[in-house]
Design a protein around this ligand. Structure first.
Ligand SMILES: [Zn+2]
Length: 145
């Protein structure tokens, strides 16, 4: 049985194996290129998607607290620190910062948060303490003081 099946085998024509291996190698190369291209396209799509979504995410995170948006608060940060703003706007920003953890952290990082007891005093250690349990930072600071 096994002998008869091997008897049916013929020798390959000259060059048959070489051409077969060449074709297989070419197919593998094409497949690898296609795979690389697909991966690259996927990464590019994800990148473009994330890039185009970033402004929308930023807009969604732009909260209006105390009548002023986060983006406006950040834009006025330096003037706020220098007391160059209208007192009403300054008060709005102060209230916003102390109710918005995101802006609070940003102002804290910029070292722009001033003491509530002594307005104008920068780098007051008590006022730099982030309120963990409450969004009313000054109340927490007073409690600690
Ligand atoms: Zn904010």
């Amino acid at each position: 049985m096994s002998r008869s099946s091997t008897d049916n085998w013929n020798a390959c024509p000259r060059g048959e194996l070489k051409s077969l291996s060449t074709r297989l190698r070419a197919r593998r190369t094409r497949r690898n290129w296609a795979r690389s291209f697909a991966t690259l396209a996927l990464v590019a799509c994800a990148g473009v998607g994330a890039w185009s979504l970033a402004p929308q995410m930023e807009a969604m995170m732009d909260f209006k607290i105390a009548g002023i948006h986060c983006s406006r608060v950040l834009a006025l940060a330096q003037e706020y620190a220098a007391h160059k703003l209208d007192p009403q706007v300054e008060e709005q920003i102060k209230t916003h910062i102390h109710r918005c953890p995101r802006c609070y952290l940003r102002f804290k990082a910029m070292r722009l948060i001033m003491s509530e007891d002594h307005p104008g005093t920068h780098h007051d250690r008590r006022s730099l303490a982030f309120p963990r349990s409450s969004l009313d930072a000054p109340a927490v600071v007073r409690k600690l003081g």
